[in-house]
Design a protein around this ligand. Structure first.
Ligand code: HEC
Length: 173
């Protein structure tokens, strides 16, 4: 009888130990690999987002996304350059854009050189698909107009001429 109760208490003890061990590992497991991971993932995601927002704001220098990072524009409109831009505009842009503030397919372009930086205007002309994906202002325009501006295969030089033409257009209003 004595040995039996000893054995029993031994058994109970080992069962208790086993249960404790099981409980501990269950807690550990749920902490380390379960919820904890999910919370870590969430916080990482959240902090990632929080991190991105100011970054995007810093990145948006108003110059848009594309090859043009810096343009020199004179105080006066270069009339010869603007005339060149006018003929390119008429061939490649006027189907979708008015020079007034009237929308056709795209927004009317009156006042655009006052609203946007010259680099932005040129990047929009040269690189419209990437602009409407990445530039916050161009994204908004796409959301309003619901048509993607097409890439008209305008090189940097011609885009510069169009910019001058749009500057001339804005000076005459
Ligand atoms: C197929 C129609 C289409 C053609 C062709 C087109 N655009 Fe656009 N353009 C748009 C649309 C639509 C938008 C608004 C953004 C969007 O939805 O993609 C836009 C936006 C713009 C903007 C920004 C206007 C603003 O308010 O900031 C400029 C500048 C511009 N286009 C210039 C041009 C020039 C210059 C050409 C010719 C080389 C041209 N576009 C050819 C449709 C067109």
């Amino acid at each position: 009888m004595k040995t039996k109760s000893k054995q029993l208490s031994k058994l109970l003890k080992s069962m208790q130990f086993g249960a404790m061990a099981l409980l501990c590992s269950a807690i550990l497991f749920s902490c380390s690999s379960g919820e904890n991971d999910a919370t870590t993932a969430n916080t990482q995601e959240e902090s990632g987002l929080a991190h991105h927002a100011p970054e995007a704001a810093v990145e948006d220098d108003g110059k848009g996304v594309g090859p043009v990072t810096s343009v020199e524009v004179g105080a006066e409109v270069d009339q010869a350059l603007a005339a060149n831009g006018k003929s390119i505009f008429e061939g490649k842009c006027s189907a979708c854009h008015q020079l007034s503030d009237q929308k056709v397919v795209g927004p009317g372009l009156a006042g655009v050189t006052g609203k946007r930086k010259p680099e932005w205007v040129m990047n929009m002309i040269i690189n419209p698909e990437e602009m409407t994906k990445k530039d916050p202002t161009a994204k908004k325009l796409l959301a309003e107009h619901l048509t993607q501006m097409t890439n008209q295969n305008v090189n940097e030089q011609d885009a510069r001429a169009i910019l001058e033409f749009l500057r001339q257009n804005d000076q005459s209003i």
